[in-house]
Write a protein that binds this ligand. Sequence first.
Ligand SMILES: [Ca+2]
Ligand SMILES: [Ca+2]
Length: 290
Amino acid sequence: MRKLVYILILSFAVLLTTGCSLEISFPTSSDSANISSSVSSSSSSSSSSTDSSSSTEKDGFYSDLTYYALANGKKGEELKSSLHDIISKHSVLSYSEVWDALKYTDEAPDDTTSVLLLYQGVNRKKSANGGNTGQWNREHVWAKSHGNFGTSNGPGTDIHHLRATDVKTNSDRGNLDFDNCTTFYDSYGNKRDTGRAFEPRDEVKGDIARMLFYMAVRYEAGDRVDLELNDNVNNGTAPYMGRLSVLLEWNLLDPVDDYEMRRNERIYEVQGNRNPFIDDMNACYYIWSV
Ligand SMILES: [Ca+2]
Ligand SMILES: [Ca+2]
């Protein structure tokens, strides 16, 4: 109950600072601006010069109103639907292409020959990819059994939620939903309540929440599978992931940092679409509540 009140207060504070309609403040770079013009040419005509001047720069990042023009000012299901239309325009990788993609998107900040492991936060050589103990492989943060989408082209190869992960940790997390847990899993701060839920280290709690927000919006009815968030754990093979109330809390506890933004930019280069919940940390509260 205390946690719920905490989230409500934080959410209210976010809404107060941002106003009552979505004011998207999306970072961009010269690279992404170029891609934006080619990926979303249909939306450029609806972007007004007035809107552009209202959020040219925020928090040190330049906004790209062209990419998100169709979503500006929307809330709830309307916003979710608009964002779905925007982020669904992208190229689809094969599962084998994901290896090379992750070597770029998950590259360690201090070593171009290594990837940064999601749950440990330590480097591992890019060349040490595979299925053996001590190697890294492709973790589906949205467990691929939740909706049974597997590793065929589509949600199973969408690098927005695929991460370089230690083989054993990937296996031990399995298909567990995410929630606060009581039992430490390792010395890196990850926790796991066996058979119930997994809690990542604090440094990636927000990253994981924002990847799951992306998946719920990217995959809707009419796509291969309609993925949705709920407030449960033990979702099994249903196309759901939880626990939503905890994810909304993690979003605030672990704000977007430079590495997560760089990853979003690199995915934009490789796959051609963005994670709106990294570009605007407040966007999730206009779609979901606890
Ligand atoms: Ca983080
Ligand atoms: Ca969905």
